[in-house]
Design a protein around this ligand. Structure first.
Ligand code: PA5
Length: 431
């Protein structure tokens, strides 16, 4: 599976690209020599080759155990501790995965919790799982994040009531720091199966670590292929030659556009199963770059849906936006539009055409329209939607993000601003 980056419609001139090349080369040096800001958080860089194989096998074995004794796996985490897993599961599983009968699913139903503080959500989740066998994967690097901690306390109690204090222990999987935090203490004290979030990998760069891998494997997705794709990405996007490195070109072009006054980048898709990728990408770039008063504001457009809501704004609103389209080139599943004798709906001009052909022309037509409207467009194409290519795409974005942050002049690996709301909330709650 390949990833291509096309910036022919980014509305930048060749010299603008050339002028920023040196900065990208310098960013490459800083990242690979490990002497840039945040260099104690670059464990993700060579992770696709240097991960812990013993633990990796234990993840696969745990996924099997969950599938054998559970109807439902609840994944508890927030931010970097859930976005990656949900992205991959959404992209690669059946659209109605949780609604499929058991024999048509490759694993338990997967639900997420602890990514907000809603009592309604958790109450209704508890209602829904009442008569089902459940396992929990609680994921928190710090082990102290309020949202997942509350959800875990509630769900653990519900499971204890059902399986008993001992019985519940074989249904809880904890993914956290190797030494620090309340969750590590709890996991050690209770003897839960546990996995390590490497200290040198931040949440938003952790999708390929146990953080993402256990839920992804539990959903029956081929994690070997995902990791192999990431490893290929690691090689390809480690190429210091910007002209041969699409991830570096993406980092470069978005920095040119930022400096030309673009304030917003929308990640656009034409495929609902790829929509959540934008959420993961928004955290990755938003949390990496939004600091020191700088950074592109990352947002998303789900097409063609949003062409009927946000389309007007993109076409004719303020010109502070550019788009990066993630395009899937070939689909396994498709529908041919058949001809209809009466043609009352007037759709016979599409007879014999596939829906993906129509969708692709919607993409092309939109691209043309937005260029007419002065909205620069970058296109990232993935050859197909499978585990290998997605693994490569995730690595593409992480690599591009690290480089882009260095070119912007920020530390792309810290997130001091995330603490501000917590301080106030804790004060108000009397912690
Ligand atoms: O990227 C980040 O640091 C955050 O989004 C965290 O992933 C999020 O706050 C969850 O943190 P933790 O895994 O410590 O519970």
């Amino acid at each position: 599976g390949h990833i291509k980056f096309d910036y022919t419609n980014a509305m930048i001139q060749p010299h603008e690209y050339t002028n920023l090349k040196k900065q990208v080369e310098l960013a490459h040096q800083m990242l690979h020599e490990g002497n840039g800001p945040g260099n104690d958080y670059i464990g993700w860089l060579d992770y696709p080759e240097n991960f812990n194989r013993e633990e990796y096998e234990r993840i696969k074995a745990s996924a099997k155990r969950i599938a054998s004794n559970s109807d439902v796996l609840i994944v508890i985490g927030i931010g970097g501790s859930y976005l990656g897993a949900k992205t991959v599961i959404d992209a690669l599983s059946h659209t109605f995965y949780n609604e499929l009968p058991k024999e048509k699913r490759k694993g338990p139903k997967i639900y997420f919790a602890g990514h907000q503080i809603s009592g309604t959500y958790l109450t209704e989740l508890l209602e829904m799982i009442q008569d089902q066998d459940v396992s929990l994967n609680v994921i928190s690097k710090s082990g102290t994040t309020t949202e997942p901690a509350i959800a875990f306390r509630v769900l653990k109690k519900a499971l204890e009531d059902k399986y008993g204090k001992e019985g519940v222990k074989s249904r809880i999987y904890a993914t956290t720091d190797s030494e620090n935090g309340a969750l590590r203490k709890l996991a050690n004290a209770e003897g839960y199966e546990s996995f390590v979030i490497p200290a040198n990998v931040g949440g938003r760069y952790s999708v390929l670590t146990p953080v993402g891998l256990l839920p992804i494997a539990a959903a029956g997705i081929d994690v070997d292929a995902l990791m192999a794709g990431a490893a290929e990405g690691m090689k390809e996007y480690g190429n210091p030659n910007v002209d041969e490195n699409p991830a570096y070109q993406y980092a470069l072009v978005r920095n040119v556009l930022y400096r030309k006054g673009k304030a917003i980048e929308a990640l656009v898709n034409y495929e609902p199963s790829m929509a959540f990728l934008s959420e993961w990408w928004m955290q990755l770039f938003g949390e990496s770059e939004g600091k020191d008063g700088k950074g592109l504001f990352p947002t998303k457009l789900n097409n063609t849906t949003d062409l009927h809501s946000m389309g007007q704004m993109v076409q004719d609103g303020p010109r502070h936006l550019f788009e990066t389209v993630v395009r899937v080139e070939a689909f396994e599943k498709d529908i041919v539009i058949e001809s209809d004798a009466l043609n009352l709906d007037g759709l016979n001009y599409l007879s014999g055409k596939t829906m993906s052909y129509v969708n692709d022309n919607a993409f092309k037509g939109t691209l043309e329209a937005h260029l007419d409207g002065n909205v620069p467009n970058c296109v990232i194409s993935m050859s197909q939607k499978d585990a290998f290519t997605l693994g490569k795409l995730l690595y593409f974005f992480m690599k591009a993000c690290g480089i882009s942050g260095y070119v912007l002049g920020v530390n792309p690996f810290d997130q001091p601003g995330v603490e501000a709301y917590k301080k106030n909330m804790f004060r108000l709650l009397g912690k």
